[in-house]
Design a protein around this ligand. Structure first.
Ligand SMILES: C[S@@+](CC[C@H](N)C(=O)[O-])C[C@H]1O[C@@H](n2cnc3c(N)ncnc32)[C@H](O)[C@@H]1O
Length: 290
């Protein structure tokens, strides 16, 4: 990133509390998810690395400030990107920055409220917002983003959703911003939506009729069981990562290991038992909400 752009960005950061910059913010609406504090460049690098940005990605920054995350993702990795920002001065600055860096055709900066924005086309979302607002976004991120979408949050976790990865680093310039140089990055992969009742079909040799499988999926945990007459057989180590699903089941004295893929209302994959292996499918018993 060019040094004049960096210098201008630093000056804007120092002016964050100036009334002129705050004119578009309306605290009474409770949608101001944080003041303008730009992510230090060394952390920009780490966030984009952690998100594993590729050319085919569409990177959304919710509260994009001067646009540095989206502009760097486009310039360095050839990604496309969208920044959503309340403050018109910052949107303008991000657009100028994008032109300056030669990526204006790959990125878009929208003046608007991140809580109202359509984020469904993101394949990566980056955030640097106050903790209460990060938490408020959790249900939307999990409901609206496609399975497999990666999210990196600077400093604040998407509680109560446990991160898939965490990274800690010491960044001296953060001392001025947050009173400590200790910085944490939280990485998440949006899981496929598997909550509800499914009809599970196994190879004939493993189960002669379809079974009913019930899954409960919450941000903090996922679990389930299969009905066997009056009994509930727990799904063991059920894990959903992006579109991939995995679990174990002890059924009629056989321990079976399932691996598969979720695509909307259907799951397909392979089941392995000690003496058998074959395909399995599951179909959601009522259409999943889109
Ligand atoms: C801490 S700064 C982060 C800027 C940038 N993402 C970065 O990491 O450098 C948070 C930004 O979110 C913006 N913001 C706060 N609430 C918002 C909202 N509801 N919609 C859009 N932007 C918002 C602020 O104006 C500010 O620029």
């Amino acid at each position: 990133m060019n040094s004049s752009f960096r210098r201008a960005a630093a000056v804007l950061a120092l002016c964050a509390a100036a009334p002129a910059l705050a004119q578009d913010l309306d605290d009474s609406k409770d949608n101001v998810a944080g003041p303008y504090v730009p992510t230090p460049w060394v952390i920009v690098d780490e966030m984009l690395k952690l998100a594993d940005i590729r050319g085919e990605d569409v990177v959304y920054d919710l509260g994009s400030g001067d646009g540095r995350l989206v502009i760097t993702a486009a310039k360095r990795f050839g990604a496309r990107g969208v920044g959503i920002e309340l403050q018109t001065e910052l949107v303008e600055m991000a657009r100028i920055g994008a032109k300056h860096e030669g990526v204006a055709d790959r990125v878009k900066f929208v003046q608007g409220d991140l809580f109202q924005a359509d984020i469904r086309s993101a394949s990566v979302v980056v955030l640097y917002l106050l903790p209460h607002y990060v938490t408020r976004l959790v249900p939307r991120l999990r409901a609206e983003l496609s399975p497999g979408t990666r999210i990196v949050s600077h400093d604040y976790p998407l509680a109560p959703w446990p991160p898939d990865k965490e990274l800690s680093m010491d960044v001296p310039e953060k001392e001025m911003i947050s009173g400590t140089s200790w910085t944490r990055l939280y990485y998440y992969v949006v899981p496929a939506r598997v909550h509800g009742a499914w009809e599970l079909t196994l190879p004939q040799a493993l189960a002669s009729a379809p079974l009913v499988m019930q899954i409960t999926q919450e941000p903090h945990a996922v679990g389930g069981f299969v009905r066997d007459g009056g009994a509930e057989l727990t799904l063991r180590d059920l894990a959903v990562r992006g579109e991939q699903v995995r679990f174990g089941l002890l059924y009629k004295g056989r321990l079976m290991a399932f691996e598969g893929t979720v695509a909307g209302d259907a799951m397909t994959g392979e089941v392995r038992a000690r003496d058998q292996r074959g395909p399995w499918t599951a179909r959601h018993r009522a259409p999943l909400p889109r």
